[in-house]
Design a protein around this ligand. Structure first.
Ligand code: IMP
Ligand code: MG
Length: 183
């Protein structure tokens, strides 16, 4: 059933599944080997569904951790500054190969900030995987290492992504009707 607030389904469950499978293959290939310690770092809250799928499916040994940051001023607007609400506390960062798991890249500010932050904190390697990317929205240069799908400049919800904390539990990714956030 499609909610009435959804304009149309952009990526249905089957396509999300195919995208995740492809990303898992790429990650498995790149992080194989005894000298690696893959740490999947979920950026709360939007990445939680994507993270759950990735960690179930990768076959290389994996550890998980969480950070929470905010860049959104609320609604569909970003504030431009990144606040760390939940930090990463680990003593073994110098032996960790961090893969930041993000739901969507928009201005690029969150991930460019976090990659730099985690490198300065001493992580051995830092890469990024994003389910979705809106390259036309970039305000700072940033290219994710692994990208599920590039999309147009549309505000999307579902599969973890929200609008004012709603719609995260939808199993598909849908375009929110403009009247929902413009009224
Ligand atoms: P950036 O720092 O501008 O790249 O913002 C990335 C964050 O903005 C993501 O982690 C999302 O939380 C949020 N975001 C950007 N675009 C959307 C969208 O279309 N739907 C829901 N959240 C979004
Ligand atoms: Mg997010």
């Amino acid at each position: 059933m499609i909610l009435p607030e959804i304009e149309h389904v952009l990526i249905d469950e089957k396509e999300v599944d195919e995208i995740v499978s492809r990303l898992v293959q790429e990650i498995d290939r790149d992080y194989a080997g005894k000298d690696k310690k893959l740490l999947l770092l979920c950026i709360l809250k939007g990445s939680v569904v994507f993270m759950g799928e990735l960690m179930k499916r990768v076959t290389v040994p994996v550890e998980i951790d969480f950070m929470r940051v905010s860049s959104y001023a609320g609604g569909t607007k970003t504030s431009g500054t990144i606040n760390i609400i939940l930090d990463l506390y680990r003593k073994d960062l110098s032996s960790c190969d961090i893969l930041i798991v993000e739901d969507i890249v928009d201005s690029g500010r969150t991930l460019s900030y976090l990659v730099n932050y985690l490198r300065l904190k001493g992580a051995r390697t830092v890469r990024t995987v994003t389910l979705l990317d809106k390259p036309s929205r970039r305000e700072v240069p940033f290219t994710p290492d692994y990208c599920g799908k590039q999309i147009e400049d549309l505000f999307v919800v579902g599969y973890g992504l929200d609008y004012n904390e709603k719609y995260r539990a939808l199993p598909y990714i849908g375009v929110l009707k403009k009247e929902v956030y413009q009224s």
